[in-house]
Write a protein that binds this ligand. Structure first.
Ligand code: ARG
Length: 461
């Protein structure tokens, strides 16, 4: 087993079945450049500790730079016999620096502290890419909200008509959830910015190496305070995966609405041709596949999280090989979101809203009944009674097959002396919307203020 990182105490090489099972280069190779960066930093602390002289450090860095360039160009790749990215890159280093020098680099480090560190470096980079994608989606929602400042739509609870709302208010509800996702990624990064390098296999190093120097070179804020925690914990991976799943769920929820809105029955939106697909048999079809894939991929992201948590749940301290299973779920989560976010933001940005139809439907289904009840409260009627009286108006209108504003003054008066003709001031979508003007409400003035607050928080992330 030439080139393996271990073997001194073994009489023979691993069985083919073990070698195949053990192998991770097909997925951990994407950490190769982070591994080389870690090696450069490690070489420098070996030098500071007096374990590499000046010429050796220079030779080591030159060989690592060459290796890095060969990894980037594809001139150097993992071979069939390499177990993982770390072993393969040691082979590559020795090919470039010679055995005497190349063989010195492994002192004071372990694949256990390496992999825990490289994973964090990878995820920190990808968290930034994902945050950018979520911000683009938020920008698309804001642009649609700003393009339709006064458009009304039916607001729903239980998917039933509830109260009229502004389309912009509805769209920004999704934006706020996504803003929190971006904030979560930024907050997560504080916990991810701690480097396990220097923890060794589990107990730290006896060689006088400075973990904080490595941490600083690799862009971390600090080094871990506990080498066992550094090598064996993966909560930082799990938290990343949870935020990724939450982003997936948030994209799925807005996508579900786009799917409904694009139906003949709703007819609220038309999808841009560039973000819809056709049918191989039905020539008329225009399908919301982007939104459906977003809904589907949320399931996949949840699966990545639950798989990782299940891997972690029974593990005793410190490192166990089970932890090799930590990478594919988080890589998949990052890949999935990086694929999905540009499609969802593009779909959102290009949606065409049928605002006329939405406004027409906004007050239907007796959606102004709450306005009648609240109007009565403003006339001094206790809400409990006001609710009953408005309910009686709904019952009457429903039995006659008309809307609330079609009932006559006499019919209102017949329900209660409190229901004077002045009640008509709230029997319109506009009156209803304008009345909900406190912070967080759907009045145009409140939504304008909301938009300012949202932009302020976006500027702060
Ligand atoms: N390939 C391993 C992983 O992904 C690296 C650490 C292996 N350590 C060990 N002692 N076998 O977790």
């Amino acid at each position: 087993n030439e080139g393996a990182l271990w073997g001194g105490r073994f009489a023979g090489g691993p069985a083919d079945a073990l070698a195949a099972l053990s192998k991770s280069t097909h997925f951990d190779w994407r950490l190769a450049r982070y591994d080389v960066a870690g090696s450069r930093a490690h070489a420098r602390v070996l030098h500071t500790a007096g374990l590499l002289d000046d010429a050796e450090l220079q030779g080591m860095i030159a060989a690592l730079d060459q290796l890095d360039a060969d990894v980037v160009s594809g001139a150097y790749t993992a071979s069939e016999s390499d177990e993982d990215v770390h072993g393969s890159l040691e082979r590559g280093l020795i090919e470039r620096a010679g055995t005497a020098l190349g063989g010195k680099l492994r002192a004071g480090r372990s694949r256990n502290d390496q992999i825990a560190t490289l994973g964090r470096m990878f995820l920190r980079d990808h968290a930034r890419i994902i945050a950018r994608g979520v911000l683009d989606t938020i920008d698309a929602l804001i642009a649609q909200a700003e393009a339709h400042p006064n458009a009304a739509m039916p607001g729903r609870t239980h998917l039933q008509h509830a109260q009229p709302i502004l389309l912009s208010h509805h769209l920004l509800a999704h934006a706020w959830a996504m803003l929190r996702d971006v904030q979560r990624l930024a907050d997560w990064d504080k916990r991810a910015a701690v480097s396990p390098y220097g923890s060794g296999a589990l107990a730290g190093s006896s060689l006088g190496l400075d973990p904080n120097a490595v941490a600083a070179e690799l862009g971390f804020d600090s080094a871990v305070w506990n080498s066992i925690d550094g090598t064996a914990s993966r909560d930082v991976f799990a938290e990343f995966s949870w935020v990724a799943a939450m982003i997936g769920v948030d994209l799925s929820r807005v996508s579900e609405e786009v799917i409904l809105w694009a139906t003949k029955e709703f007819s609220f939106v038309t999808l841009d041709d560039a973000y819809s697909t056709g049918s191989s048999i039905m020539p008329q079809k225009k399908n919301p596949d982007v939104a459906e894939l977003a809904r589907g991929k949320a399931g996949r992201l949840i699966g990545d999280l639950t798989g990782l948590l299940a891997t972690l749940k029974g593990l005793p301290l410190a490192y166990n090989r089970d932890l090799q299973e930590d990478k594919e779920p988080v890589f998949d989560a990052a890949d999935t979101l990086e694929l999905l976010l540009p499609a969802v933001s593009g779909m959102m940005a290009t949606l065409v809203f049928n605002t006329e139809r939405m406004a027409e439907l906004a007050p239907l289904g007796f959606a102004l009944a709450t306005d009648i009840a609240e109007w009565l409260v403003r006339q001094g009627v206790p809400f409990r009674e006001a609710h009953e009286l408005s309910g009686a108006a709904v019952k009457l209108a429903e039995s006659k097959g008309v809307e609330l504003w079609d009932l006559t003054d006499a019919e209102y008066a017949g329900i209660s002396e409190h229901l004077t003709p002045e009640v008509r001031s709230v029997l319109s979508t506009e009156g209803s919307l304008n009345s909900r003007s406190a912070q967080g409400g759907t009045a145009p003035s409140a939504v304008a203020a909301q938009l300012d607050a949202l932009k302020e928080q976006l500027d702060a992330v």
